[in-house]
Design a protein around this ligand. Sequence first.
Ligand SMILES: Nc1ncnc2c1ncn2[C@@H]1O[C@H](COP(=O)(O)OP(=O)(O)OP(=O)(O)O)[C@@H](O)[C@H]1O
Ligand SMILES: [Mg+2]
Length: 306
Amino acid sequence: MSEIIFSARSLTKRYRRLHALDSVNMEVRRGDIYGFVGENGAGKTTLIRVLAGLAAPDGGEIALFGETGGLAKGRRRIGGMVETPAVYPNFTARENLEVCRMQRGIADRRSIDRALETVGLTDTGKKKAKNFSLGMKQRLGLAMALLGDPEFLILDEPVNGLDPAGIMEFRELLRKLNAERGITILISSHLLAELFQLATCYGFIHKGRMLEQVTIADLTEKFHKQLHLRVDDPDRAIAVLEAHSFGGRKLMAERTGGNALRISDMPKSNADIVRALVAGGVGVEEVAVRGDALEDYYMSLIGGRR
Ligand SMILES: Nc1ncnc2c1ncn2[C@@H]1O[C@H](COP(=O)(O)OP(=O)(O)OP(=O)(O)O)[C@@H](O)[C@H]1O
Ligand SMILES: [Mg+2]
């Protein structure tokens, strides 16, 4: 089990009589990409503000890197982007980062080049931030968050307003930061679909309460998800699957157009399916597990609580 780098215990935050956070328990482990999902007003930003030290809780406790006291030290190991990043519109990307570096007392000037390069803003030269596209602004915000080489990156709805291509690009960037630099990421969204195929675990918050935290592994155990395949010979693939038994079970495969197949009642291991197909002389070009089940699961969690 990897180290828990952030935890909340019975965390409560009230605004008058409203419980923005109602006894929330939460755990983020090192290396996670934690998808923090909840509808508008669920309490995501509030939790992130408490975590970042921008708001004081009314009850409960948080721990950062195993420490519950002296959180300022832990917070220096965190980089954050809370909603739309505050940038100086008349400054270039580099100038914005320079201001940010000085404000935060980061001595290493090379950190600016590193951050610009990481987010792909090295070539924006004299262009002022006010003339940036939304995607570029978000990347500048990310560069700011990355300045101090954080171990833990907190992003509050970073893809809000981005188009699908922008979302994909941002997702790839985060995946890379996680895989190559081992940065743990907490990312919130009110749309589950935006985090799909990125998050390694999810926390579902609703009306200030944490409904459930699940890992992708838990979900795979819990659900028969759909497996989508693209093969070179779909008819042959169906014949191979029909002739095969998986853990004493037959699989139902159906064609979904072109060379695509869908297997709805999925066994535990996709490897067995691919192995059987390849052994049967079928070329497997693409394998994807679709998140319909996750979507259903989420809806069933919040259903009846609206
Ligand atoms: N400063 C504040 N004063 C009063 N109420 C607040 C304040 N900040 C948040 N709230 C309330 O707390 C609840 C949780 O808000 P929060 O911003 O944390 O939700 P959210 O999950 O981030 O939503 P969104 O997806 O819209 O960003 C909401 O009902 C909100 O109106
Ligand atoms: Mg919010």
